[in-house]
Design a protein around this ligand. Structure first.
Ligand SMILES: Cc1ncc(COP(=O)(O)O)c(C=O)c1O
Length: 439
């Protein structure tokens, strides 16, 4: 096509040009990255947010907006991978944190806020009779899985390809540092395959650990039938069913367990539930959680200096009870459903192999129009086009995850949504010729 700019000759050339423009636009972030490499491997303390050719350094957030070190402003459509649900420095959260600071932190004792926060969580999530706090979602999953092993006296842990449950529970690719549990790796949304995988190990199955929607792997919802079958499988085998709702708990007032009306034995939480502070929690049926009762001579140990840190307890309590009320949760997720529909409308109008998946306030971006039921389906999409999408919308002031993820915060409004739709529309218009080139 003679009139096309050179970058649209093919995907690789377009991507190379977009990366060059990114380098040129962000010299201070590059410099910061190089300086950070002196004291941290790869200049990063968080593998999941590192991106090539180098990550941007953000210096300020306010409401739904972010500013990077080079002075560019972005609309924040990532919301800290779901943890930033309240937007930046929400007044109710700020007030709660300030109140906590006023009364002193690190008191080395039980406080008042933790029992109220725990009660709010138990009231909200249908399967949680009792809850305990940790400092991260990773730690919550470590405690839940370790508890399930101890309770059942068994070893095998069923997880699913594409699942992510923390730094030592990574099933999105290869890693040598997963926790040394005896994992069985199933295929998401595959009932027959999962049953076949488990059959020889039924007597040794301790736990089934699943995200009711794959989050980091592209917002791929589990079917109700699949989750119901896992519930049945746990009942048949005596295994503990654990729903990792670290991300998905935001998708309805009581999380996806409420939406599907399928109750796990244990649930893990994290992210926004701590009001944006470091947070994790595991909870569940009374008869399971009673094992963590310190009054019990045969109970399980679960200590942690910061488990009841007052900043998280107060911020989380304010967030859940004053801000992200059930009504607000429904409104945010309706907003997300509407936005996803508009984005899919752009893809349809331009006839592009591009789709936006997910539920409510979490949206996955995939450069394919084939069905996406699991991580292998998602891997068939063209990763180069997804990278190009990232660089193109970034240059138009949209912050989202390079791997193709959007999470909405309550600070976003219709104008922000319009800005995203316009950026995607412009991407579709400029890059349509490349889609014929895709794998
Ligand atoms: C579904 C899921 N579980 C667990 C975790 C781990 O939580 P954290 O990063 O707080 O350790 C994450 C983090 O992204 C997650 O997405």
């Amino acid at each position: 096509m003679p009139n096309n700019p050179p970058a649209n000759i093919d995907i690789d050339a377009a991507l190379a040009e977009a990366i060059e423009a990114y380098r040129a636009r962000n010299p201070k972030s590059l410099q910061q990255h190089e300086a950070a490499c002196a004291a941290m491997p790869g200049g990063s303390t968080r593998s999941s947010i590192y991106v090539e050719p180098f990550p941007l350094t953000m210096v300020k957030g306010e409401g739904a907006h972010l500013w990077d070190l080079d002075g560019h402003e972005y609309v924040d459509f990532l919301s800290e991978f779901t943890a930033g649900l309240y937007g930046h420095s929400h007044p109710a959260i700020r007030k709660a944190v300030e109140a906590a600071l006023d009364d002193g932190v690190n008191l080395g004792a039980h406080g008042l806020a933790e029992a109220r926060f725990a009660a709010a969580i138990c009231a909200r999530f249908p399967s949680i009779d009792l809850v305990r706090f940790t400092n991260s979602g990773t730690e919550a999953n470590l405690m839940a899985v370790s508890g399930a092993r101890a309770l059942t006296g068994r070893n095998k842990i069923l997880v699913f390809a594409g699942g992510y449950h923390g730094g030592v529970f990574y099933f999105r690719g290869k890693t040598a540092v997963n926790a040394p549990f005896d994992f069985l790796l199933g295929t998401y949304n595959d009932i027959a395959g999962t049953r076949e995988l488990v059959a020889p190990h039924k007597g040794d199955l301790a736990a089934i650990l699943i995200e009711p929607m794959l989050g980091g792997s592209g917002c791929i919802p589990a079917t109700r039938e699949f989750l119901a079958d896992l519930r049945a499988l746990a009942d048949e085998t005596g295994a503990i069913l654990i729903f990792d709702e670290v991300m998905t708990s935001r998708l309805a007032p009581g999380g996806l367990q409420e939406v599907h009306n399928i109750l796990p034995d244990m649930t893990t939480l994290g992210k926004y539930v701590g009001g944006g502070m470091s947070f994790g929690a595991f909870g569940g049926r009374r008869k399971v959680m009673d094992w963590f009762d310190p009054r019990r001579a045969d109970g399980f140990q679960h200590a942690g200096t910061f488990n009841n840190n007052v900043l998280t307890m107060q911020a989380g309590l304010a967030g859940l009870t004053e801000v992200y009320t059930p009504e607000r949760a429904r409104a945010l997720n309706d907003f997300g459903d509407g936005l996803r529909e508009r984005l899919n409308g752009v893809a349809r109008r331009h006839g592009l192999a591009m789709q936006f998946t997910g539920i409510g306030s979490m949206i996955g971006i995939h450069m394919t129009n084939g069905p996406i039921r699991n991580a292998a389906d998602a891997a068939k999409a063209d990763g180069r086009l997804r990278d190009l999408f990232f660089f193109d919308v970034l240059a138009r002031g949209i912050w989202l995850a390079k791997r193709g993820m959007i999470a909405l915060s309550i600070a976003l409004d219709e104008r922000d949504a319009d800005r995203l739709v316009t950026a995607v529309e412009e991407f579709a218009e400029t890059r349509a010729p490349l889609f014929g080139d895709a794998a």
